[in-house]
Design a binder for this molecule. Sequence first.
Ligand SMILES: [Zn+2]
Length: 417
Amino acid sequence: MLGSAPQSETARLAALLDGPRLERDFAAFAEIGRSAAGGYDRIAYSPADREARNWLILEMRAVGLDVREDAVGNIIGRREGSEAGCKAIAIGSHTDSVPSGGNYDGVLGVLGGLACLRTLHDRHVQLRHPVELIDFAAEEATMPGGTVGSRAMAGLLPPELLDAKAFDGQTLAEHMRAFGLDPAQWRRARRQAKDFSAYLELHIEQGGVLEAEGIPVGVVAGIVGIRRYAVTFHGIANHAGTTPMAARKDALVFAAPFIGEVQRIAIAHGIVGTIGTLQIFPAAPSVIPGQVRLDVEIRAISETLLDGAEAELRSVAERSGATFTAVSDKHPVRSAPGIMHHMTKVCAELGIVQKTMPSGAGHDAMCIATLAPQGMIFVPSRAGISHAPEEFTEPEQCVAGARVLLGTLLEVDATFA
Ligand SMILES: [Zn+2]
């Protein structure tokens, strides 16, 4: 994967990142939280999550980091910089998993970041900026809404979330207490924009685009915005035996063409669109549907594309007499052009083919983006599978991603205030 002689000091150092050691770290980490059903149960705030964090704390200390756990359980390992007044460059991701999840989602970003810091430690490289390696707490939605650690750090956590129910019916606060944290102290995890100059995250793609195109690295242009709509089609419920076909007002018949239209409109606008729920009322075999309610979700990196698709969806729905209501609107989070530029340049210097692509899933980066310019690196997911025991990324692809992460860290350190 490496080209001929790397030209720059950045490329030379990035190429020195210890690939076999990163593989061994993955193997060691794979011993923690194995589930009986195959895969991993490193569920946030569980004993396996604690075991994983304890392992990480030791590894962080071994590469000279000053390690602390904050009020919500984020693990933060810090290395000081040489220049007074420089804000920290943060590298982060998460090591918690969904039930029966894989060993790569989130883990790659943390172990890859560790490999970067080990390279700096072993090679006695002094950076201008402090570097913080962060293992964010509770990124997966096993805890209410997910990204608990990064939201708390960015001041985006609604206080009522502490009493919201996790996947198992217990509240977030109860889980935190069982983990040895005091939920009342959660505001202490808050950090400020003055703390960070940049945030970098390496992550598996969790989709099949890179693999299908045979490209080892994705430079993430941003995290998609997500808009959700409730659409209700109105008919008249009536007897399924005595109402002649010509006299019916069947809400499901009104809804049916709309389902195909969501597909057509998404493709036409180059976005993704999904109907994930469909409810028929009154829902009886002998009753003509009087009402159909469905939820449409669209995702794209561009607000303009979302606006265009939304307008078309609304007009198609309203033409068939449906009520079209916006339910939620999460804005896209763009990556910092300066960071993307460094990632692209580092890939070129390392002889690694890359493509610019959006992230269709949410990540800690979208929360930390409110504190600092952010950039993400993707590596391929075999068969596009994630959140499952089959989740896998080739070792050399993990190493390539970690080298791009290290090269980007060096470039950001050299050029950012
Ligand atoms: Zn993840």
